[in-house]
Design a protein around this ligand. Sequence first.
Ligand code: SPD
Length: 349
Amino acid sequence: MAEESGVTSAVFSTDLPVKRPREDELFSENNENGVSFSSVSGDSEDKKVPDCISSVIPGWFSEISPMWPGEAHSLKVEKILFQGKSEYQNVMVFQSLSYGKVLVLDGVIQLTERDECAYQEMITHLPLCSIPNPKKVLVIGGGDGGVLREVSRHSSVEQIDICEIDGMVVDVSKQYFPDVAVGYEDPRVTLHIGDGVAFLKAVTEATYDAIIVDSSDPIGPAQELFEKPFFESIAKALRPGGVVCTQAESIWLHMHIIEDIVTNCHQIFKGSVNYAWTTVPTYPSGVIGFMLCSTEGPPVDFKHPVNPLDANNSHSMVNGPLKFYNSEIHSAAFCLPSFAKKVIDSKTK
Ligand code: SPD
């Protein structure tokens, strides 16, 4: 994958898809990445180092947003592969040094090749492994196709609808992230380009067994996906005992947003309401959470998965096994640090 785009790869002790360069390659004058080099005086070995190594800004992407004031995670850029402006947002893809290709919307990282598995597998399998035999699944957002790829692992699923607002995200993902967008190849998938809020309003009551909301942050096109009327539409579109899993931000940065989501969900969903989280190194604060709720009906105990994935993966569009999700991490994802548990419990009891 990395070799395709002319990026130096080297041995690194992980089976994750993107490999770090060894130090000798990073400092090689014959580096293939087009990065310029200069001598650093005072370096005892007079090593050549890239010009940008001592500065955080030139040659680096820094993720700056009012949603995480006072901090900005940075990744070293090897090459900008795509830059465009859709009707809704700025879209960028770059090749990073250490996380593979990166998809950025309005300056915010949506996925990297190296750690996307942690997010896509958890947001998908936490809900789908919590109910027996899910058949009809709706994905709102998720235009990169990674959630579709994960839903496609479930052999019980007969119908997968996806409503993504921005066709450019779909096209760019198919071009630059084929291992993620592979989910679109599943014949059970129907893609709707449009507004998820309007789509859900038009859905017949009790249609879906599971709805997954793979949104960006609540500034920009995804804002309404965090508001109460949207959750009410989700509840209507789910069958009794159906489940929803929505992207629900970081316990370190966004407790105020999480409090509002939990409060709304507690009022709307008469089954269970739970918050789970996972680690994603390239998301702000390194973690991200999920709101998991069920409608009134057959009870759902999200903490104890009842629907393990097929051992033989026969219905998967991806080659190879899960990289992150397993039954143990499923249950562990609902264990919260005390500060977050206190706030969330206070809104659900
Ligand atoms: N802060 C960024 C959160 C992005 C969540 N959605 C990512 C989409 C990946 N399918």
